[in-house]
Ligand binder design. Structure first.
Ligand code: BGC
Length: 732
């Protein structure tokens, strides 16, 4: 009896420490109908001011007026990360007339208290289950702090690494992008926060990679390349979407009725709400389509923007626009309905307030840190490993770790939940010392200041330490101003003094292992010719340095793959594997062929590429039938063998090409991938299902066409996959 009591008490303690998980999902059937009735009832009670209030999103900081919450003039808040502050706004709601709960948003884009690799680094793992787990823990931690809405996933496809926000997406490919978008959406919402699929649409294609610039995207590309990840996220249940800052084909995305209303709601049946981006409603003035904020508010609402983020334009002008008859009450009611619908489906009317005492216990839990470590390991890409210099050999008795990037102060671009949980990020030299045998001397010299690597600290000390070692591990990359929003670049070399440093390290004659932490693929042409090994990470997060040490010492066999082509020079951009053929074959020695005079066409490291300490071979590609009807499917299989000396994971990739069709089709298109673990010497049959319906393309009217004809199938470990099979698509 006593034992049972103790057990019951322990269970009770556990339950208080970890409140029941709120899984976010769209309700269906009767429950959904019931919600619509509750919305009808609420709408009948709401004043014009209260309705407009639901569309007003304001943020922590200067100008935030909590009285607007009390007076029912604010429907959503953002950037509150301290649970006690979240609680204060939740309490203010209860002083309002209708007590409609707030939606509480934050850019929890790659974690909350535990940081996972940047989304591009997560995509590099090519492991959707792991990516889903990372999103789950990000959502769970944010939810424990009272947040119920994350401004993620960003699913913008980009083929231009000059764009600073490259790090927030999944790279260049629609199929990989859609798979990652769905995984992240599922994960966050399972963790208890509604997602915001963003930025709708075309932001990743801003001209010349300059942030906020215009995007010109032909309809066929819009549907085949840029929209699939949005569709995938919405199909996975994303409750909200965010409009982009840029103009798309001349129309600012924040006023793009064709996209926001006709496509998103009309064709795709989206029932959630769309928020503007930060101040993008008032930016309609600067875009040159509104004379003042009142006109901007009107145009945005009528185009399909339900919520005005940090713009104040709805708050100040929408009621007058309705009174003057320029915005029909029906349009306003529809927008309010969508916001309330999300609040009901999210369960906000029934959720308890945040418990500030419980929140810290739910940060950086063992579960979250394990996933962070695995995501950082699987997201690191081994780009070069000459003479198998890695993993570090037993003969190496001294390692010089050079570069301030080895000791990060932080690993975040967005959130800073001050005071929540531990913030332990093991520096690389310490992580190496823990893993190497005691007789190996590990020294560390930062070499440059943490001022984005622009100035040398003690260069000579770094060169001396390097020259005295058996192996140099140079940890370099992009930090500070080089990452994220408004961080576009025209030169894609190592920032500041880092190239000079790298050259000096190479000049010592000691082998150099270059470890990179960047927010995008850099131009690594010089490095690729002069260093012994390159390990690419996209800022690995809380466990990033531990993961690097695991890889350098051979505790973990690298398995990351390139999510975005690495250019040889900036002049090749935009560069991506799925190009269309031209009328001119690439024949390097002929004058009138489609080549550069001064550079190869190929990227330095292609999409899908990445080395392992094992070696994988492919053979026996088979297709279950020689042909299939346009609504049919086949099974494709291939034998994959780990011919190397170590157990390892391989990303088996399937690409297709239709050489003759009604439209010119890409040279290769990813249509399937799976990450498999193979023991040394093991052989596995890997199978894919290939449906004919997925093999079509959109024309410039937006019509989807699946053409009969031959389909070439390529299987292998990168977009250069060489093992071939084929199937014929036949008219039924
Ligand atoms: C970014 C969004 C972000 C928002 C809120 C904007 O500047 O473009 O992606 O969600 O700020 O922080």
């Amino acid at each position: 009896m006593a034992l049972r009591l103790v057990a019951a008490f322990l269970l009770l303690c556990l339950a208080t420490a970890a409140p029941a998980q709120q899984v976010v999902s769209w309700k269906t059937g009767r429950e959904a109908q019931g919600i619509e009735r509750r919305i009808d009832a609420l709408l009948r009670q709401m004043t014009l001011k209260e309705k407009v209030g639901q569309l007003h999103l304001s943020g922590r900081g200067e100008g935030f007026d909590i009285n607007q919450v009390r007076s029912g003039e604010m429907g959503a808040v953002m950037n509150f990360v301290v649970p006690a502050e979240v609680l204060a706004v939740q309490k203010a709601v209860r002083e309002s007339r209708l007590k409609i709960p707030l939606i509480i948003g934050l850019d929890a884009v790659h974690g909350f208290s535990t940081y996972f690799p940047f989304p591009l680094g997560q995509a590099s793992s090519w492991n959707p289950e792991l990516i889903e787990q990372a999103a789950y823990w990000s959502g769970r931690e944010a939810a424990a702090a009272g947040i119920n809405w994350t401004f993620a996933p960003m699913v913008d496809i980009t083929r231009d690494p000059r764009w600073g926000r490259t790090l927030e997406g999944a790279g260049e490919d629609a199929y990989l992008g859609a798979t990652v978008a769905a995984a992240r959406t599922r994960g966050y919402q399972r963790g208890g926060v509604a997602t915001t699929v963003k930025h709708f649409v075309g932001y990743g294609a801003v001209e010349a990679g300059r942030d906020y610039n215009t995007a010109w995207i032909p309809t066929s590309q819009l549907f085949d390349v840029h929209l699939p990840p949005f569709k995938a996220s919405l199909e996975a249940g994303s409750m909200t979407a965010m409009a982009a800052f840029n103009a798309l084909n001349g129309v600012p995305a924040t006023a793009h009725r064709g996209m926001l209303t006709d496509l998103l709601r009309g064709k795709w049946g989206f029932r959630g709400f769309v928020t503007s981006d930060f101040g993008s409603v008032t930016e309609l003035r600067l875009h040159g389509i509104a004379r003042d904020d009142a006109e901007a508010a009107r145009k945005a609402l009528l185009a399909g923007i339900d919520m005005d983020m940090m713009g104040d334009a709805y708050h100040k002008h929408l009621a007058d626009e309705v009174r003057a008859g320029r915005v029909p009450m029906k349009a306003l009611d529809e927008a309010v309905r969508r916001v309330l619908r999300v609040k009901f489906h999210l369960g906000l009317f029934d959720r308890p307030d945040v418990d500030p005492a419980a929140a810290p216990k739910l940060m950086q839990t063992e579960g979250a840190r394990e996933v962070a470590l695995q995501a950082a390991r699987e997201g690191a890409i081994l780009l070069k490993n000459a003479d198998d210099i890695l993993p570090i050999r037993d003969s190496v008795k001294s390692v010089a770790v050079i570069g301030a990037m080895a000791v990060p102060e932080d690993e975040r671009v967005w959130t800073d939940p001050a005071g929540l949980g531990r913030r332990v990020i093991t520096p690389l030299p310490d992580a190496l010392r823990e893993r190497l045998s005691q007789d190996v001397r590990v020294t560390f010299e930062p070499a440059f200041t943490k001022n984005c690597g622009t100035e040398f600290a003690d260069k000579q000390a770094a060169i001396r330490a390097a020259a005295e070692s058996d192996l140099i591990v140079a940890m370099l990359g992009e930090d500070c101003a080089f990452l994220g929003e408004a961080a576009s670049r025209t030169k894609l070399g190592l920032p500041g003094v880092q190239q000079e440093l790298l050259e000096a390290l190479v000049a010592t004659g000691k082998p150099v292992v270059l470890v990179l932490a960047t927010g995008r693929p850099l131009v690594l042409t010089w490095a690729s010719e002069h260093v012994a090994a390159i390990l690419q990470t996209f800022h690995g997060g809380t466990e990033g340095r531990a993961a690097i040490a695991d890889i350098l010492t051979g505790r973990y066999n690298p398995s990351g793959r390139v999510p975005m082509s690495f250019p040889r020079s900036v002049g090749q951009i935009p560069i991506y594997y799925g190009q269309l053929p031209t009328g001119r074959p690439e024949r390097p020695r002929e004058r009138y062929s489609s080549i550069y005079m001064d550079e190869l066409n190929e990227p330095l490291y292609p999409f899908g590429y990445g080395l392992s300490y094992s070696r994988f071979t492919y053979a026996d590609a088979r297709v279950s039938a020689a042909s299939m009807p346009l609504d049919g499917a086949v099974e494709v299989s291939v034998e994959v063998t780990n011919a190397g000396p170590r157990d390892g994971q391989e990303v088996v990739q399937l690409y297709i090409r239709q050489p003759v069709a009604s439209l010119s089709r890409p040279l290769r298109q990813l249509k399937g991938f799976t990450k498999v673990m193979l023991k040394a010497g093991e052989r596995k049959t890997v199978r894919f299902r290939l449906e004919a319906a997925r093999l079509g393309a959109h024309d410039d009217e937006g019509r989807y066409v699946v053409d009969p004809g031959e389909i070439e199938i390529y299987l292998g470990g990168s977009s250069r996959a060489a093992v071939k099979a084929q199937v014929r698509l036949e008219k039924s």
